[in-house]
Write a protein that binds this ligand. Structure first.
Ligand SMILES: Cc1cc2nc3c(=O)[nH]c(=O)nc-3n(C[C@H](O)[C@H](O)[C@H](O)COP(=O)(O)OP(=O)(O)OC[C@H]3O[C@@H](n4cnc5c(N)ncnc54)[C@H](O)[C@@H]3O)c2cc1C
Length: 468
């Protein structure tokens, strides 16, 4: 297409707020993945489903790729723009449109920030259980498109489990309205699941119907310390048995993580006299009218008595609870404490987790003896986060070499190269470590069927040959 024709065609996107890439807000040039900025052809800001449909029809006619962007907090590069593509921002499709307290459902536009959804549910006396550190910026559309996880997956599952219905626009501009509100609806293929976790490659999600939960009356947090990973697993099993569905978080920090982060961030209020061992942050969400009416204290008392745990501290106030969570949330400060890092979000079978951390540590230290390697994880839901800092790493970071080591191990134990962040561009080279050739082939069949011209977020998740 000549540049004059291109300019003319882009001009017709004016009614949808089209701004050229050079003039658009610089935030559209990259997401949180750390990929270098790219200036797209332009950015459009449609205000509703019909406008999204017009944009996609127009881009199909002109064979222009479209990258959907929500809050741009994705860590896998899924929302990274393309020089030859238009960015479709969902920021003008914002707001909660309906809450039905009897059905326990919430309907919202896809560009609504997660925190607004949480607050609206709360104001209605209900609860939306997906919670991420990026809650103020990420959008519910982005949460669906990445099938986001977070801290409470052990209790409520991933985003996928919270969605009853959605509306989206397919790559040819047709609208798929599947705004189901029913908890039970077994009428044929569950089409919404195709879109959830598809990272903007199969359609643009415009509206969502979410399932809300009862709001727990109290949340009680505690930090525990134990010497071995075996004891961590014992604690997990015991907590599940004692607390049942009240167990709402089980976060484990490996010894080096605690040493490094509490030393590097002296403002953290560390609760114990000794920093050795594994640290577990447990949260119970219960419905007893008494704040300490749940079973957590009793459960941890039993583990102390049987010497599975060597230290326990129960939060006595909201401030205590925030201080304990601040130790876990210090992950946001890795850059400050360590400098440049290579981060991983992997899934591993829980029983193999400690053997896996040892094997990965040994393999990394064999090549980079001074590398700092920290582990923390949601453990109860098989999710381990690993960060690696190789001293002196700068422009020529040994990224790919470290990734290859870690993902080779993940493949060996039949884990996942992405537990919750998606594949995007960053994990694309390693997709085959966690998915069988037949699975990837079927993904490509689905992509080709819905997007034969390969225009919606092309090159994300996997590559396809450019269509003739
Ligand atoms: C501090 C911090 C903490 C985080 N913690 C967690 C965590 O605990 N768990 C977790 O899972 N993730 C976490 N993340 C990652 C990120 O917040 C999630 O992946 C989130 O779901 C992305 O939402 P977003 O609106 O920012 O999407 P974006 O980054 O804008 O986009 C992500 C992907 O979704 C697609 N997309 C966005 N909106 C739509 C739409 N309406 N229709 C179709 N496709 C769309 C994009 O094309 C892209 O492929 C964290 C990120 C940060 C920065």
């Amino acid at each position: 297409m000549s540049s004059t024709v291109a300019a003319e065609h882009l001009k017709s996107l004016g009614p949808f707020g089209f701004v050229s890439g050079a003039d658009a807000n610089v935030k559209h040039r990259q997401d949180w993945s750390g990929l270098p900025p790219t200036i797209p052809l332009g950015v459009v800001y449609p205000r509703n489903t019909q406008e999204v449909a017009h944009v996609l029809e127009h881009c199909l006619r002109h064979r222009t790729p479209v990258v959907t962007q929500g809050g741009l907090t994705g860590l896998a590069g899924g929302a990274h723009p393309m020089e030859q593509g238009v960015v479709l921002s969902t920021e003008k499709m914002r707001g909660v449109s309906h809450i039905d307290p009897v059905m326990g459902t919430l309907t919202a536009w896809a560009g609504t920030p997660l925190q607004e959804i949480q607050n609206a549910a709360d104001a209605a006396g209900l609860y939306f259980p997906i919670d991420l550190g990026s809650r103020g910026s990420c959008t519910i559309g982005g949460n669906l498109a990445t099938n986001a996880g977070g801290n409470k997956v052990i209790r409520y599952g991933m985003t996928r489990e919270q969605v009853l219905g959605l509306e989206c626009v397919l790559p040819d501009g047709s609208v798929l309205s599947s705004m189901n509100h029913l908890l039970k609806n077994n009428t044929g293929y569950d089409l919404k699941q195709l879109l959830i976790g598809s990272e903007g490659t199969l359609g643009v999600i415009t509206q969502v119907v979410l399932r809300l939960q009862a709001k727990p009356l109290h949340q009680q947090s505690a930090m525990c310390r134990c010497e071995t990973f075996e004891q961590v697993l014992h604690t997990l099993q015991h907590a599940r048995k004692c607390l049942g569905p009240a167990l709402s978080a089980f976060e484990v920090m490996w010894p080096e993580f605690i040493q490094c982060m509490t030393t590097g961030l002296p403002d953290l209020r560390y609760p114990f006299a000794q920093k050795e061992g594994f640290h577990i942050l447990i949260e119970e969400s219960h419905f007893s009218p008494l704040a300490n009416g749940g079973g957590l204290q009793h459960c941890l008392g039993e583990l102390l008595e049987s010497v599975v745990l060597c230290d326990v501290v129960m939060a006595q106030s909201e401030q205590d609870s925030q201080d304990l969570w601040a130790i876990r949330d210090s992950v946001a400060e890795y850059g400050k404490v360590l400098g440049p890092i290579i981060g991983f979000d992997i899934g591993l079978p829980t029983p193999t987790m400690e053997a896996s951390t040892q094997a990965m540590l040994a393999a990394i230290h064999q090549q980079w003896p001074k590398a700092v390697v920290l582990f923390f994880g949601h453990v109860g839901d098989c999710n381990l986060h690993v960060v690696v800092h190789v001293p002196g790493m700068g422009e020529a970071q040994p990224h790919h070499a470290v990734e290859s080591l870690v993902y080779a191990w993940v493949e060996k134990v039949q884990g996942s190269v992405s537990a919750e962040h998606g594949v995007g561009l960053i994990k694309k080279p390693f997709l085959s470590c966690s998915r069988q050739p037949a699975e990837i082939a079927l993904m490509k069949v689905i992509k080709r069927a819905l997007d034969p011209h390969h225009l919606l977020n092309p090159g994300k998740i996997f590559d396809l040959p450019t269509p003739a």
